[in-house]
Design a protein around this ligand. Structure first.
Ligand code: HEC
Ligand code: HEC
Length: 280
């Protein structure tokens, strides 16, 4: 049996070969793996195929404390914590490809993406994990379930006990009614008279990271069991159903986008009226 050059390259693996070529040529720039050139595979075709990783069930009782620790690890925070609690734990149990992921990528989600207060990073970490396995058509129901649960549930629930890294003991909870970091944090601070900059607020978000991981794993495990037919338990929010009668795709006033609960921003609460005038 004689190994052809191509078979050799295949056996060595694309990335290693890329490195060899680059070092031989001495450009210092890592060459693209030969088998990844668009001419050979077609542009946008990725190694392993689209949504090509295989999901495995996880034990939330094992993963939630890891997600919580991930939140505190070097301050990498919520998105990192949730993602590590899911994909990092698959890596610890199954090795590659899960353990090859550059987990720090998820650190960008801290504070609703680099402290901008947009989507709660813990939620994004979970959705990013879903998207390694399931395409939009299947994933959307998983996201709906996770996000509706997050809007409605009094969080945090998780209590690390003596393993607490910020503040020990009970932390007050409330329903955020929003998936946005800004609203979620601000409502909690206002309702419980806490500062955003307080240790207790960080502790709250660390615990929510564990809660979101637990819920996400529950969804992943159920999805693995049920396959394509999996459906969530939470119905569409009342406001989204009602406002959506006119403000959704194909309806009379199709001028907005999104499935967030409309109430916090369009419910007429005194808190979202004009604060640029006559404000303490
Ligand atoms: C029966 C249909 C209908 C329902 C239900 C409805 N809207 Fe509208 N809405 C309209 C129409 C029509 C307009 C005008 C659109 C335009 O100007 O292009 C409008 C305009 C708006 C506007 C922009 C103008 C303004 O008044 O500020 C907002 C914001 C809005 N709707 C929010 C909502 C929210 C939130 C809900 C749910 C509580 C809702 N709408 C429910 C039909 C509806
Ligand atoms: C996080 C806050 C937030 C949420 C949640 C939200 N909106 Fe809005 N929405 C806004 C803001 C801010 C604008 C821009 C208002 C402006 O133009 O002054 C807007 C604009 C709109 C507009 C266009 C009219 C306009 O005034 O610009 C419609 C219609 C609308 N929203 C409907 C909805 C519906 C229906 C939902 C729920 C499915 C929803 N919104 C959820 C904050 C929100």
């Amino acid at each position: 049996m004689s190994l052809t050059r191509r078979a050799m390259l295949g056996a060595l693996g694309g990335l290693a070969v890329g490195g060899t070529v680059a070092s031989v040529v001495g450009t210092g720039i890592a060459a693209a793996p030969e088998n990844a050139s668009p001419a050979k595979t077609g542009r946008f075709e990725q190694v392993g195929g689209d949504f090509g990783w295989k999901p495995h069930k996880l034990d939330a009782r094992v993963c939630a404390p890891v997600a919580y620790d991930g939140y505190w690890h070097k301050g990498y925070a919520c998105g990192y914590g949730t993602f590590y609690g899911i994909i990092g734990m698959l890596g610890e149990q199954y090795g590659a490809p899960y353990n090859q992921f550059p987990f720090t990528m998820l650190e960008a989600n801290k504070g609703g993406i680099s402290d901008w207060g947009t989507i709660c990073g813990a939620l994004y970490g979970a959705v990013a994990a879903f998207a390694l396995f399931w395409p939009r058509k299947e994933r959307n129901a998983m996201v709906d379930e996770l996000f509706r649960w997050y809007e409605k549930t009094k969080l945090p629930i998780y209590n690390p006990g003596d393993a607490a890294k910020g503040v020990k003991g009970e932390i007050p909870s409330n329903a955020s009614e929003s998936v946005l970091c800004h609203i979620s944090v601000a409502r909690w601070c206002y309702e419980h008279k806490k500062e955003n900059g307080s240790k207790e607020r960080s502790e709250r978000c660390g615990r929510i990271t564990a809660d979101v991981t637990t819920k996400a794993i529950e969804i992943i495990n159920a999805k693995i069991d049920a396959g394509e037919s999996w459906k969530g338990a939470y119905p569409k929010q009342e406001s989204v159903a009602y406002c959506g009668e006119c403000h959704s795709k194909g309806k009379d006033a199709d001028i907005q986008k999104g499935n967030m609960d409309c109430t916090p921003c369009h419910g007429g609460s005194e808190h979202v009226q004009n604060k640029f005038k006559d404000h303490p």
